[in-house]
Design a protein around this ligand. Sequence first.
Ligand SMILES: *[C@@H]1O[C@H](CO)[C@@H](O)[C@H](O)[C@H]1NC(C)=O
Ligand SMILES: *[C@@H]1O[C@H](CO)[C@@H](O)[C@H](O)[C@H]1NC(C)=O
Ligand SMILES: *[C@@H]1O[C@H](CO)[C@@H](O)[C@H](O)[C@H]1NC(C)=O
Ligand SMILES: *[C@@H]1O[C@H](CO)[C@@H](O)[C@H](O)[C@H]1NC(C)=O
Ligand SMILES: *[C@@H]1O[C@H](CO)[C@@H](O)[C@H](O)[C@H]1NC(C)=O
Ligand SMILES: *[C@@H]1O[C@H](CO)[C@@H](O)[C@H](O)[C@H]1NC(C)=O
Length: 283
Amino acid sequence: MKDHRGGWLRAMLLITFLSHQTAECAAKNGRAVVEHHPSSYWEQPFSQPYFDNTTKRETTTTVGQSAYLHCRVRNLGDRAVSWIRQRDLHILTVGILTYTNDQRFQSLHSDGSDEWTLKISSPQVRDSGIYECQVSTEPKISQAFNLSVVVSKAKINGNSELYIKSGSDINLTCIVLQTPEPPSFIYWYKGDNVINYSQRGGISVVTEKQTRTSRLLISKALPADSGNYTCAPSTAESASVLVHVLNGEHPAAMQHGNSSNSGAATRTLALLLLLLHAGSFAR
Ligand SMILES: *[C@@H]1O[C@H](CO)[C@@H](O)[C@H](O)[C@H]1NC(C)=O
Ligand SMILES: *[C@@H]1O[C@H](CO)[C@@H](O)[C@H](O)[C@H]1NC(C)=O
Ligand SMILES: *[C@@H]1O[C@H](CO)[C@@H](O)[C@H](O)[C@H]1NC(C)=O
Ligand SMILES: *[C@@H]1O[C@H](CO)[C@@H](O)[C@H](O)[C@H]1NC(C)=O
Ligand SMILES: *[C@@H]1O[C@H](CO)[C@@H](O)[C@H](O)[C@H]1NC(C)=O
Ligand SMILES: *[C@@H]1O[C@H](CO)[C@@H](O)[C@H](O)[C@H]1NC(C)=O
């Protein structure tokens, strides 16, 4: 009699899944079924929670750029999804609640969705590591996510000091290295101020997101254009170059880069060439 009733209820449970009202009633009866059959319907594999294995498990972000780890659990039922930091087994979130004092960790979930996303705001390099999405089944099941937080840096091609002859162009190329996403913008500064295109004509900036480069071109540079030029991408450490625009009185200094020694060498070479030149005329 009991077996018969159990079977009937089980059938009803499946049939009435479409209707919310009867589903509620079936859930009530379902518990009774569990009591009668320890390894019943609820324990069967197809009703167990399982991970959607198609989500990305490797995430790279730059310092300060919010990271999102997407965990997708099917058939969750009334179990909870938690995020655990593997390094110290710290419970970060349970359900939609943050369990740690570190409020940078947040669980994002919308009702009815399968997705439980761990958001890490302003991540630092030390936040790199494995994060586990865990489901409170018996035994627990979990899925590991690998987060890499990298330092993204800008680099201006050439040396840290640049010597330019008055009247020629300042041509600076800035590349953003180690960035998973192109920066949304790149600013150029001269000293402490953003370069003001309207203050002086002949300035052009071409930024290419795809190649993560930005080129600053200042045509017909004057000594007043000398200064500390900084390339500041939105998501990377900036890079600077010291530009000296010379009046053309010191040709020996007109070279790229530092090194007083090579400056002296160039000066000697220039003098030598001048002497040779003079010599060829004298002949
Ligand atoms: C997902 O991956 C886990 C571990 O790699 C594996 O045990 C499980 O069977 C996979 N699930 C599916 C639905 O493929
Ligand atoms: C996580 O990713 C980093 C960088 O891609 C890699 O060096 C490391 O071996 C990965 N760790 C695991 C446990 O997969
Ligand atoms: C600026 O320099 C780059 C290489 O560093 C070169 O490709 C480009 O043509 C230069 N632009 C001008 C206007 O000189
Ligand atoms: C740029 O310079 C012009 C002319 O001096 C000035 O009117 C303008 O406000 C400046 N813009 C910025 C952003 O500083
Ligand atoms: C140039 O400016 C940058 C950014 O303000 C600063 O970090 C750097 O020390 C300056 N370089 C020099 C040589 O003044
Ligand atoms: C320039 O070179 C000299 C000697 O090679 C060195 O002492 C100095 O620190 C260098 N300056 C810069 C800005 O690199």
